[in-house]
Design a protein around this ligand. Structure first.
Ligand code: UDX
Length: 437
């Protein structure tokens, strides 16, 4: 099929590449000419495992191309996906400017008698589909189209496998013709398809992400109880996670959730619920627990180091999670800023996130960035593990201890085992775990 994806960010680009991989002919549109030039020259603006090969292969096979023209995309495609950002506004509600503009642009590009399916892939408030349809109609009375909500559930860092082998495809649609076309788009993925009305599909996305955030906040709240009672949150998570009704995934206690989805989507869901007159207090508590997790971690650091001012602290990890270069809304970045504000001298290392953290001025200039994890800890009085990169777990811990000035480790992701760390001579603090005896 001929498909058009408007917006070549994380979601748009990976979706376009995966659609091309299963044999569709895909045109990706972006209004950022620099990005289009880069992609046309074979350069991928983001780091996502497996994406570069996928893009290269499909560009070479003539199944994937890039343009800045919505007209070109709309002219040649049966199905048009919208994958533009829906950033949060200061009050937590969603900024719909980009979606609205794209809806207007699609309206002016649609030719009479030319049926198109317009699919919303961006995460949007419930009832957006209705508004997109009304907007297209208002700006083009002759347009023949249907609007579909098809939320995307991919995770950064494993976006390609998530998209190629999804748990489910949600198609929110009120028209049989559009549903049939959408089923054809997804047929090659051989995944379960759930067809719903548009409003339900839109709600599924916010409800799913908020539920996963709730799971993380739940285990983080349990981690505080574990610390106060001498229990071990990893064992508790294993024990409850073995119940198939609960599952072990997303029960990893740590510094709290970050990234460009969970914080934004929980806030948006709270605002959406508020707006339609059904306040969602449970989610406000989810947020509160998430924020308090970093505070508790900092208290632990103050407890271990007494005073943070002038302490030489190494931080491993800048990205909001491993296997990505994404440093937006990253708890590790927030942590580093807090440490610097308290006067600590911070040296950091991250396998993929250092360039963007600097480029976007997310960390103070005083933070030194090291070429290797070991270089970062030279003479450090404490090491913080802020992101659970495999690279960190594979370090030789004897070398780590020898290079440090004092062997204090604050492990914000429970990457190491407390007893092993103690046996190696470290003073070790995890999250929700009693210190080894
Ligand atoms: C998330 C959803 O998983 C995905 O379905 C949706 O489409 C977009 O939002 P993403 O933000 O890429 O994906 O990452 P995810 O792996 O879900 O992690 C989000 C945050 O939660 C990270 O900061 C991570 O460190 C944190 N997390 C995750 C935990 O603290 N504990 C866990 O057990 C799992």
């Amino acid at each position: 099929m001929e498909l058009c994806i408007i917006g070549s960010g994380y979601v748009g680009l990976v979706t376009g590449a995966c659609f091309a991989e299963v044999g569709h002919s895909v045109i990706c549109v972006d209004n950022d000419q620099r990005k289009v030039d880069m992609l046309q020259a074979g350069k991928i603006p983001i780091y996502e495992p497996g994406l570069e090969e996928l893009v290269m292969r499909n560009v070479a096979a003539n199944r994937l191309r890039f343009t800045n023209s919505i007209q070109e995309g709309v002219d040649g495609s049966q199905v048009i996906f919208i994958a533009v950002p829906t950033p949060p506004q200061p009050d937590g509600s969603v900024d719909m400017t980009f979606i609205e503009r794209v809806a207007r642009e699609i309206a002016s590009a649609l030719k009479p008698g030319q049926y198109r399916v317009v699919v919303d892939k961006s995460t949007v408030p419930v009832k957006t589909g209705e508004r997109v349809a009304a907007t297209i109609q208002r700006y083009n009375k002759e347009a023949s189209f249907d609007v579909v909500s098809n939320p995307e559930f991919l995770r950064e860092g494993c976006a390609v496998p998530d998209l190629m082998k999804p748990d489910r495809i949600v198609i929110g649609c009120g028209s049989e013709r559009a549903t049939d076309l959408m089923k054809r788009v997804y047929e090659p993925f051989m995944a379960p398809i759930l067809v719903t009305d548009i409003n339900s599909a839109e709600l599924i996305k916010h409800a799913a992400n908020s539920f996963l955030s709730l799971k993380i906040s739940y285990i983080n709240a349990v981690s505080a109880i574990c610390e106060a009672s001498g229990a071990d949150v990893e064992m508790v998570a294993d024990g409850i996670g073995m119940d198939r009704r609960i599952g072990r995934q997303f029960l990893n206690a740590g510094l709290g959730y970050g990234g460009s989805c969970f914080p934004k989507d929980v806030k948006a869901f709270i605002a959406i619920a508020e707006e339609i007159g059904v306040p969602f207090g449970l989610l406000k508590e989810v947020e509160r627990i998430n924020e308090s997790q970093l505070e508790r971690f900092l208290r632990k650091m103050r407890d271990g180091l007494w005073v943070l001012k002038d302490k030489k602290i190494a931080v491993w990890g800048l990205t909001f999670k491993p296997d990505t270069d994404d440093v937006r809304n990253s708890v590790p970045i927030e942590l580093i800023n807090r440490l610097v504000n308290e006067g600590a001298s911070v040296t950091a290392y991250d396998p993929k996130g250092m360039e963007k953290a600097r480029e976007w001025n997310l960390i103070p200039d005083s933070v030194k960035l090291s070429a290797t994890p070991l270089e970062a800890i030279d003479g450090a009085e404490a090491l913080v593990i802020a992101t659970e990169w495999k690279d960190f777990a594979n370090q030789n811990l004897n070398d780590v201890r020898k290079r440090m000035h004092t062997p204090l480790v604050f492990d914000g992701r429970n990457l190491f085992d407390p007893q092993t760390m103690k046996d190696l001579g470290f003073i070790y603090y995890g999250v929700g775990r009693a210190a080894a005896k």
